[in-house]
Design a protein around this ligand. Structure first.
Ligand code: C2E
Ligand code: MG
Ligand code: MG
Ligand code: MG
Length: 280
């Protein structure tokens, strides 16, 4: 494209390229320092039983607490981390920290809850991922059955054979696997056949208008039934209203994750109260 363009155009695009390249390097550098300087923190969002409200699990969600810019959300820095390859380091840190935190909670004799960790495509496609998970489990003395790894359909579709092998090796250790953002990817049901995943997480887009839109309701019902037929725990993401909750309960959803119950909260939050069994 540069060759076809005139001299001026070329100069402009080169300048732009330089600027973006510079900014990129700067961001990359900042992110690198963030990892080393302990600016990354994990928030945890509870996943609750739709009928009792009891916490079954928490999802670990990373945030970047920048000394100048404040809290930066993963949507703003995960893509940069993926491009630069720093994501592998971040994902490993997240995994290790989430396991460490879970063990701390267990030591305080809280009711056992699972912790769910998002894994990037790059990390998921690395053949040594199961070994890395095994190392972290051993180092932190984490109970493998309390760990869940979240992957997306889009990842799976990139290489179904490798994905199936990875999932098998991960589950062989006793670690659970969840399919995240279900319904937003290619959604070919074909792959589910080869995927003995434990949890199906229905994306927020289907939850959003489940109380007002007949089609959304039908789709929701079908996905929940599909998950149950395949012996999966089915969970709805992004539940914000009581009406949505009622509709989901009515369709036998297992678990709920959303602001209606809990927002993501830092580890320093008073979890003791939340993790206790509801007294009634
Ligand atoms: P996700 O895994 O689908 O996580 C759920 C997102 O929905 C979280 O956003 C959460 O705060 C938000 N959410 C939960 N309940 C509600 C609700 O009721 N309403 C609304 N509007 N939003 C809700 P967050 O924390 O900004 O994370 C965004 C995405 O970034 C995650 O989507 C995940 O794909 C990625 N991500 C987060 N942490 C990590 C991580 O440690 N590693 C990797 N590789 N990706 C991560
Ligand atoms: Mg997730
Ligand atoms: Mg999700
Ligand atoms: Mg989502």
């Amino acid at each position: 494209r540069a060759k076809k363009a005139g001299r001026n155009n070329y100069a402009t695009s080169k300048a732009e390229l330089h600027a973006s390249h510079f900014e990129h390097l700067q961001l990359e550098n900042m992110l690198h320092n963030a990892i080393a300087g302990e600016q990354l923190v994990l928030y945890y969002q509870p996943q609750v039983n739709a009928d009792t409200g009891q916490i079954n699990a928490v999802e670990a969600l990373v945030r970047w607490e920048h000394p100048e810019y404040g809290i930066i959300s993963p949507g703003d820095f995960i893509p940069i981390a993926e491009e630069s390859g720093l994501i592998t380091e971040i994902d490993e840190w997240v995994l290790r920290t989430a396991c460490w935190q879970n063990v701390q909670w267990q030591r305080k004799r809280y009711e056992p809850v699972k912790v769910s960790v998002n894994i990037s495509t790059q990390q998921f496609m690395q053949k040594n991922l199961p070994n890395k998970i095994a190392d972290v489990l051993a180092d932190t003395q984490m109970d493998p059955t309390l760990l869940e790894i979240e992957i997306t359909e889009t990842m799976v579709m990139q290489d179904t054979d490798l994905s199936a092998r990875q999932v098998e090796r991960i589950r062989h250790m006793g670690v659970k696997v969840a399919i995240d953002d279900f319904g937003t990817g290619y959604s070919s049901f074909q792959y589910l056949k080869h995927f003995p995943a434990d949890t199906l997480k229905i994306d927020r887009v289907f939850v959003k208008d489940v109380d007002t839109n007949d089609n959304s309701r039908s789709i929701m019902k079908s996905i929940i039934n599909l998950g149950h037929e395949l012996n999966m725990r089915v969970i709805a993401e992004g539940v914000e209203t009581q009406q949505q909750l009622l509709q989901l309960r009515h369709r036998s959803i297992d678990d709920i994750q959303g602001f209606l119950f809990h927002k993501p909260m830092p580890a320093a939050h008073n979890w003791e109260k939340l993790f206790r069994k509801p007294t009634q």
